[in-house]
Design a protein. Structure first.
Length: 447
């Protein structure tokens, strides 16, 4: 029996929005603004853009190229292009493990966003009162049953999208979620422009302060560029496998990176004017920024419930566009490796990842050290070990192991950037591995 033809994106814009949605996540909102403000503002943004061009784009385009060249998921793609090697498919399995691990605790955070969105639209969050916002968040962290419920609800939502397949699931929902996310961001940017701290917020985020930019800031920019683009775990290989041959890989990668950066910059314009407009709030990062500082500020603004509802629905959308790409990686591998139907693969993996995420959901309510520290330890493993290993493997494979004819043909096919092939290959072979090793060593505290 002939294998069914590979599903494809309905259009190039569908792929761009889906891939940008994969890259856009909670890190764009809770981390990028803070590290920008703390590392020289506009100087850091310039360094970040350079790092995206030099490290992020080559790795992203490599992933997409691997997927499109084989029309297969990461494990099968590495196996085919390495001509049956037993070594290189390890990086495919590494990506599966990284994607599943990340989604297992990412879903818990997304569940918090769903809970806060519910509290916002029902008016309960505004009724909590400014003085009780921090206590509310601590209560959420320590409520295991609540976290399990919303973790399950978010995973159910993610599975529901992935079950729909490429055209009716990933493509269709990306066309809905990403424009809606951008529209909500724009609305909040306009509202932020009328806050008294708007000028101070812009100065903190974008002001040129070279005296605050140090050698360590370069490593921060490099790490942010690498982690922000959803590379190193096979999501772009998987999404690339649904591309048509005449799609421009480098052009698409540039547009995806630009959208990802745009969201991060818009988030900065929203967050810091709020922080600087109300007494007692300080620039910070992480969950406490999203679930304590921002609600505290928004509660003191007119139409607080509406604004908080928009903000937390925006967070849910950002999390969902990333989550569906993370789930799609193991689902595609099960379909390719075991011949499973999509519905079975998505349901089984959804259940597995839900169970995998239970310790993260219960971490704040259980005193057992292995459970209490599960979330942080898993985040450290994924961010500091698995991502860099995946990125190095992809760059070394594409740069050194892949056949020149395949690499050259697929880079140039449909490309407007043919002249950059030799530059791209040089970056992949020599610059990217060194850059990722520096990110890895910085993350584990060696440099």
């Amino acid at each position: 029996m002939l294998a069914a033809p590979r599903a494809q994106w309905g259009s190039r814009i569908g792929f761009i929005l889906a891939a940008a949605g994969s890259a856009v996540g909670l890190g764009n909102i809770w981390k990028f603004p803070y590290v920008t403000g703390e590392n020289g503002g506009g100087v850091f943004i310039l360094a970040y853009v350079i790092c995206v061009l030099v490290v992020g784009l080559p790795v992203m385009s490599s992933e997409i190229l691997i997927g499109r060249a084989t029309q297969k998921s990461p494990v099968s793609a590495f196996r085919e292009l390495s001509q049956g090697s037993g070594f290189w498919p390890i990086f495919g399995w590494l990506g599966v493990f990284a994607a599943a691990s990340l989604l297992s605790y990412y879903s818990v955070i997304a569940g918090w966003a769903m809970h806060y969105a519910f509290l916002s639209v029902t008016g309960q969050l505004a009724a909590t009162g400014v003085e009780n916002v921090q206590a509310l968040f601590q209560g959420v962290l320590t409520n295991g049953a609540l976290n399990l419920f919303w973790h399950f609800a978010f995973m159910l939502l993610t599975v529901g999208v992935v079950v729909g397949g490429v055209s009716k699931g990933l493509d269709r929902w990306s066309r809905i979620l990403m424009p809606a996310l951008l529209a909500m961001l724009l609305g909040l940017v306009i509202r932020a422009a009328f806050l008294p701290g708007f000028g101070q917020g812009l100065e903190f985020a974008f002001g040129i302060r070279p005296e605050e930019f140090h050698a360590s800031s370069v490593l921060v920019a490099l790490g942010q560029a690498f982690f922000s683009l959803s590379i190193g775990m096979g999501t772009m290989i998987t999404y690339g496998s649904y591309l048509r041959r005449d799609d421009d890989i480098m052009g698409s990668s540039i547009e995806i990176s630009a959208l990802d950066t745009l969201v991060a910059l818009m988030a900065s314009i929203i967050i810091f004017p709020i922080i600087f407009s109300f007494p007692g709030l300080e620039p910070t990062q992480g969950p406490s920024l999203l679930f304590a500082s921002i609600p505290t500020g928004m509660m003191q603004m007119p139409f607080a419930s509406l604004l908080m509802g928009i903000f937390f629905v925006l967070l849910v959308f950002a999390a969902l566009t990333s989550a569906i790409s993370l789930l799609e990686v193991p689902v595609a591998v099960l379909m390719d490796e075991l011949g499973w139907e999509r519905k079975k693969a998505a349901t089984v993996m959804g259940l597995v990842i839900f169970v995998y995420g239970v310790p993260s959901a219960l971490g704040g309510s259980v005193s057992t050290p292995i459970i209490a520290n599960w979330f942080d330890n898993l985040d450290y493993l994924v961010s500091n070990i698995l991502f860099p290993l995946g990125g190095i493997g992809i760059s070394m494979f594409t740069g050194w192991r892949m056949e020149e004819a395949i690499r050259h043909d697929h880079f140039l096919s449909g490309s407007k950037y043919k002249v950059f092939y030799s530059i791209w290959l040089t970056l992949l072979r020599f610059v990217v591995p060194v850059g990722i090793v520096c990110v890895f060593l910085n993350a584990i505290g060696v440099i």
